[in-house]
Design a protein around this ligand. Structure first.
Ligand code: HEM
Length: 304
């Protein structure tokens, strides 16, 4: 026991000396340090003060809190993706483990979406949604970062413009032709709506930087750099396909059904032609296209 204590103290001394600090001062500080508590560490008081309604309808709380839960999970997903992105040479077990975690989080998001679809009274939703125009979940920056960090940019470009884009295209041009620009533009005039204008004012600069940095470090590029034998590993391929399908079909459809329940034939708060825009069979977002057969690609989103 004494030996163990001595070794810990020795390591503390070494650590602080190495950064030019007096270890005795730091040890003395421990005498006065408060014991850590759950509330000082997890910060529930701060977290539980972030739920603010704009109306008196109680179900608005369900809406706000579920969105916040989504944002927390988006953060967990980006946390794992960034570890893969920042790793110079990714080993197969590391990649597989991270991918499993990312998938588990997205599974949770798609399987819980009924909280939106079934968990609010339509009458209440129809009242509080009017106070939200022109905001939309479309403006979730983390969702866009998940896309940039999961696949190569070409897979996020609107199909109509893919032929005009290659590796030498400026990021600014690619940005203007991302698939989601369609939700915020008037088809006839190309004029951007307020939802999109505000979103770009807030995040465009950051998005351009991230588009560039993830361009060579996204999950798909990292996967392609793995040794051939690993890339063919059936379990890994299954996990990649699972993630792709969960994000781009399952989640998208759960979202589409929730929108259908509340919006029917009416306009979305963000103002998109949402039925056409949101359905996977039109949008055909696919992160890892080479992991799907020709037939699967042709039928993307048709089976739901
Ligand atoms: C009743 C609940 C919901 C409805 C009715 C709804 C409706 C919509 C609609 C109509 C759009 C298309 C853009 C627009 O014109 O606004 C959209 C986009 C989006 N929403 Fe929701 N949404 C709901 C819940 C959520 C939740 C809980 C999230 C999680 C953060 C979310 C995230 C998004 C994202 C990321 C987009 C952009 C998707 C894309 O570009 O394909 N939504 N939503």
């Amino acid at each position: 026991m004494e030996n163990q204590q001595e070794s810990v103290i020795k390591r503390i001394e070494e650590k602080y000396k190495a950064i030019g600090q007096n270890p005795d001062v730091h040890l003395e500080g421990l005498v006065w340090a408060k014991p850590i508590t759950y509330w000082d560490y997890i910060l529930p008081d701060a977290l539980l003060n972030l739920q603010v309604q704009r109306t008196t309808e109680p179900d608005e709380m369900v809406f706000v809190m579920y969105h916040q839960i989504n944002e927390l999970l988006f953060k967990m997903i980006l946390w794992e993706i960034d570890q893969v992105s920042n790793c110079e040479t990714v080993s197969a077990p590391f990649f597989t483990e991270k991918l499993r975690r990312i998938s588990r989080y997205f599974d949770m998001l798609s399987s819980s979406f009924d909280i939106m679809g079934d968990g609010m009274e339509k009458e209440q939703y129809m009242k509080f949604r009017n106070t939200l125009t022109p905001a939309s979940g479309f403006q979730s920056a983390q969702y866009r970062l998940i896309e940039f960090s999961s696949t190569e940019l070409i897979n996020l470009i609107d199909y109509r413009f893919r032929a005009t884009i290659d590796r030498n295209t400026p990021f600014e041009y690619a940005f203007e032709h991302l698939y989601w620009q369609a939700a915020g533009k008037d088809h006839a005039t190309g004029k951007k709506n307020t939802m999109l204008v505000l979103f770009e004012q807030r995040y465009k600069k950051e998005f351009l930087e991230k588009m560039e940095s993830y361009n060579t470090t996204n999950l798909w590029t990292k996967f392609k750099q793995l040794p051939d034998a690993i890339k063919k590993d059936p379990e890994l391929v299954k996990a990649m396909r699972h993630y792709d399908y969960t994000v781009n079909v399952k989640w998208v459809m759960a979202h589409y059904h929730a929108a259908g329940k509340y919006l029917g034939t009416s306009e979305a708060t963000g103002g998109s032609d949402w039925r056409k825009y949101m359905h996977p069979k039109y949008q055909r977002r696919i992160f890892f296209p080479e992991l799907w057969s020709k037939e699967e690609l042709e039928n993307w989103g048709n089976d739901v």
